[in-house]
Design a binder for this molecule. Structure first.
Ligand code: NAD
Length: 497
């Protein structure tokens, strides 16, 4: 079904708009989901003309695409002709009046039925101002839908997130707000529910009787790159754990929704997060580890403190590992180990579900050397690899009765991966459909902050010795000890999985 809508993109000259939004809108256009009745107003402070804006949009889709002449293709030009640029300072009320006039004009020209999507591709400090002006200057229509899409970071802690939410909520109701966590747009993350609830064999084992522990790793091999300015104020805990990792935790630990609807799913996710223990400061010290990468002389890579734009005494963590405790239904007591970091051994996002040891290994009586049974592990590869792996024990092919571990694997081919819509494309598609399943509810965001705030405050109250891990490894020793002390090991190591 095609959609009629006016997009107003705040931050239209920015990186996110260029790299993600324009290419995603183009793909929706190519697929016929957006047709003739849509328009986009890009706003930012720069005084661009419409012609220049069209060029930028066409360059953005060419940079994203594989076809060499995508920029000048007829379809690209037709698509770009729906884009209008309005120079705009978000703090200036007069500019919203001009914006409303243009929006109303385009609404009529393209027959958009008053449907508006406001995409705030700007720093969150502007969100309240923009939302307030959209309401006071009457950009919000009363005859179509009005949806506000916002980006992370959503606050720096619970208090600032609440202030931000209060500001936005003065103009938009919760069901009009689409909080992007782009991990929720990823195919592999959306597949968690299918894997858990579409397979009796898995669903029946997804409980504390059978699962020993769950491990989530978001490992990056790159360093801070050009993001030092932002990263110095955020760190890995705010940048990755509060949002992406806790969203994954909620999908892995939620109880079964009674049906696959946005409301049911979100209720179960909120419940799952509310059942993650909020630690005391002492518990946070025991269960969370921070790290910052040191130099990798062999590969001529600087330590974090010597990267451009960082503080030479920086206390910002580029690595976090932690153990979470859940009391959610039948997973109560199953430890969840989480880990994320920069400059680790290998880029890989994966989830490892480790099943309990076989209680009674009958094969030891055979006297063979290889009768040891490995734990069964179910791995979900999220990126760059997308797929699944199940580690099983089978007979090893000898005359006797030795056992060996094998891996049943399924990995999407490059061609299959290329067919999966990119996260932003899916999320914009969902927003056009009014489907909030894959957007974070305020209650999820709030609870995620409560969980990480204690850890942050605990770390901020004491200095630590950084750097404490060598680039190209899997983080500081303490991250290993977090599991060793529980007689466990990370499934994903520098050389395995
Ligand atoms: P950016 O700095 O590249 O772009 C910011 C935009 O805001 C520019 O268009 C700039 O002109 C505009 N702007 C700034 N001040 C303004 C003002 N007073 N009035 C009008 N316009 C003004 O930033 P970005 O990387 O595009 O990120 C935008 C938002 O998206 C941020 O909240 C960021 O955290 C978030 N985000 C970005 C990415 C990404 O891949 N770039 C990923 C996730 C989240």
């Amino acid at each position: 079904m095609t959609q009629q809508a006016l997009f107003i993109i705040f931050g239209g000259t920015g990186d996110l708009a260029y790299r993600k939004l324009y290419p995603s809108l183009f793909r929706l256009y190519e697929k016929g989901y957006l047709k003739d009745d849509f328009a986009v107003i890009g706003t930012a402070r720069r005084p661009w003309t419409n012609d220049h804006y069209h060029e930028v949009v066409m360059n953005a889709i060419a940079d994203d695409g594989h076809e060499s002449d995508r920029t000048n293709s007829e379809i690209a030009r037709k698509f770009a002709s729906h884009f209008y640029y309005q120079s705009h300072n978000v703090n200036d009320t007069e500019h919203y009046v001009a914006l409303r006039k243009l929006a109303d004009k385009l609404d009529e020209k393209y027959k958009l039925n008053g449907n508006r999507i406001y995409y705030l591709a700007m720093a969150p400090r502007f969100f309240g101002t923009i939302a307030g002006h959209l309401k006071s200057e009457k950009l919000i229509t009363d005859h179509g839908y009005n949806r506000l899409i916002i980006e992370k970071p959503f606050g720096r802690d619970f208090e600032t997130a609440k202030e931000l939410n209060d500001d936005i909520s003065a103009a938009f109701s919760e069901d009009q707000i689409y909080r992007i966590d782009h991990y929720l747009g990823k195919e592999a993350i959306q597949s968690i529910a299918a894997l858990r609830f579409g397979n009796q064999v898995i669903e029946s084992l997804w409980n504390k009787e059978h699962i020993d522990n769950i491990q989530i790793t978001l490992a990056e091999s790159l360093g801070v790159e050009e993001r030092a300015g932002y990263y110095e104020t955020a760190g890995a805990l705010r940048d990755m754990v509060q949002n992406h990792i806790l969203q994954i935790v909620s999908l892995l630990t939620m109880q079964k929704p009674s049906e696959y609807t946005a409301k049911e799913l979100r209720d179960r996710k909120v419940e799952a997060l509310q059942n993650i223990k909020v630690y005391s400061a002492k518990e946070a010290s025991k269960n969370f580890v921070r790290g910052q990468y040191g130099e990798d002389a062999e590969h001529e890579q600087l330590d974090y403190r010597h990267e451009e734009g960082t503080d030479e005494h920086s206390q910002i963590e580029t690595f976090v590992a932690g153990k979470l405790e859940t009391t959610n239904g039948n997973l109560t007591g199953v430890p969840i180990y989480i880990r994320t970091g920069k400059r680790l051994a290998r880029k890989s996002t994966q989830i490892n579900v480790v099943f309990k040891d076989t209680t009674d290994n009958i094969f030891t009586a055979t006297g063979e050397q290889d009768t040891k049974l490995e734990q069964n592990v179910l791995t979900l590869y999220v990126e760059p690899d997308q797929g699944y792996q199940l580690d099983l024990n089978v007979k090893n092919g000898s005359q006797g009765y030795g056992i060996m571990p094998i891996h049943l694997e399924y990995h999407k081919t490059s061609a299959e991966k290329a067919k999966v819509p990119e996260a932003y494309e899916k999320l914009i598609h969902d927003a056009l459909d009014g489907n909030r399943t894959n957007f974070a509810h305020w209650h999820e965001v709030a609870q995620a902050w409560r969980i990480v705030d204690v850890v942050r405050q605990n770390w901020d109250s004491q200095k630590t010795d950084f750097p404490n891990y060598v680039s190209g490894t899997m983080g500081p020793k303490a991250a290993q000890e977090l599991l060793t002390r529980d007689h466990r090991d990370w499934v994903f190591g520098a050389t395995k999985h």
